[in-house]
Design a protein around this ligand. Sequence first.
Ligand code: URP
Ligand code: ZN
Ligand code: ZN
Ligand code: ZN
Length: 472
Amino acid sequence: MRTFIHGGTVVSATGSQLLDVLIEDETIVAVLQPGSTALGADLAAAADTVIDATAKYVIPGGVDGHTHMQLPFGGTEASDTFETGTRAAAWGGTTTIVDFAVQKPGQRVQDTLAQWHDKATGQCAIDYGFHQIIGDVNDESLKGMSELVGEGVTSFKLFMAYPGVFYSDDGQILRAMQSAGELGALMMMHAENGIAIDVLVEQALARGDTSPYFHGTSRPWQMEEEATHRAIMLAQLTGAPLYVVHVSAKQAMQQIVTARDNGQNVFAETCPQYLYLSLEEQLGAPGFEGAKWVCSTPLRSRAEGHQDELWRFIRTGDVTAVSTDHCPFCMKDQKELGVGDFSKIPNGIGGVEHRMDLLFQGVKDGRISLERWVEVCCTTPARMFGMYPRKGVISPGADADVVIYDPNGHTSIGLGKTHHMNMDHSAWEGFEIDGHVDTVLSRGRVIVDDGAYHGRAGHGRFIRRGLSQNLV
Ligand code: URP
Ligand code: ZN
Ligand code: ZN
Ligand code: ZN
C-alpha cells in the first residue's frame, strides 16, 4: 500500500514548507521537495492512493496526552468508551491518546493496568498508551512502578485533590516521587489542595451555595498555586521530573515558570477549556446549566485574566503541552447527580474531538504561530511521553499518522454538528472554527476523509512508551 500526499504545506514544530509525503504501508518513507525531480510524478503514478493537499496543511496526527475513557468517577463512569472516544478523537484529527489506568486503595497497580488493557484492547480506532494513576502509595505500588516502566507505562499520576478517592498525602507523594526519580519516570500531578478545598466546599453548601458556580469559587486559585508549589518542592528534593496537569490558574503558572527558570524539570499542561471558557460565563450559566463545565481544576475568572495569561504562556514555551483532559459525562443521569449539591456533579468536560480545531483558532486569532500549534498539540506531547519520533512528526520512519487540515475550511462545533462523542450535550456548543480537519490517516490508513468515517475499532494499537524525551 503506497500513499502519496502532494501539494500541501508540511507543518512541523520548527517550520513550514511545501513538501510531498510518501507513505508505504504504515510508515512515512520519504518527504520530498515538490517538482524537484521527476521522482514525484513517478511516485504519484505508482501510488495506490493519491491525496491532493494543495492549499492545505499537512500535519502530524494530534497526540492527546490526557484522556479518561470510561473512567469510574463520582459514582458513575465517563460516558465515552475506548471505542466511541477514540472514534471522536479521530474525527478531530487526533491519532494518539494517552489514557489513565486507575489504581484504587487495596488494588495492585499491575492488576489495574491489566484491567485497562482489557477495556481498550480491540476497541480503539487510533493508537493509545497508558499512564498509571497511583491511588494507594505503598511498598508494593512503588515496586509495581518499575515493572510498569518496563511495560511501556512510563508516567504516573498522583492527586493532591479528591480526599478519600484518589488523594495522596505529602508523605505518599514524596515516596512516589523518590521512586519516579530513581526510575527516570515522569510524575504527573493534579495540583489542588484537596483537604482545604473540602472545607470550603462544606462551608459553601452550609451557606446554601449549591449551584455549579460554587464549584468554581470553592476551588480558588490559591489552592492550585499552593499545591503546585508544594509539588515542585517535593519534586526538586527527589529529582523526579514533574508534569503538572490541567493548569488553569495564572499564579500556578508563575510557580512553574520560576521552577523552569531554575532549570528544574517541571512542565505545565493546559487544556482548551482553560483558554476559552470562564467561571463567569460557563459555570455561572443560569440554573443547573453550569454543570456541563464542572471540572477540576475549575474554569477561572475572566476578570482575573487567567485565559489570556495561559495563551501567553503557550507562546513563551512555559506551557509545554495542550491536552483535553477528556472526561465526558451526560447531563441526564450523570451531571444531574449534583442537582442541589454541586459537590456531587461528576467532574469532567468532553473535548477530545475539538482540541486541534480549538488550538488552530488560536493561530487564526494571532495568539500562537502555526508551528507552535503543531508543537503543543502533536510534537511535544509525543516527546514528553516517550513516543517520538514514531509519533508527533512527519519524517521518514515515523508512523504515518497524518492530518490534512484546511485553513480555509470551516467547522461549526456542537451537538448534531461536529460532535461524535458519547454525550447528550456539547461543552463547546456554538464555537465556530476557521479551519477544518479534512483527512486523517492513522498508520497509513485513511480513517476520516471528506466528512466520512472509514476507521474501525481495533485498528488502534497499544504503544509501549519510552521514558520522556523532553527533559532538560
Ligand atoms: O474534572 C476532571 N479533571 N476530571 C477528570 C479527572 C481529573 O482530575 O483529571
Ligand atoms: Zn486531574
Ligand atoms: Zn484528568
Ligand atoms: Zn474542508
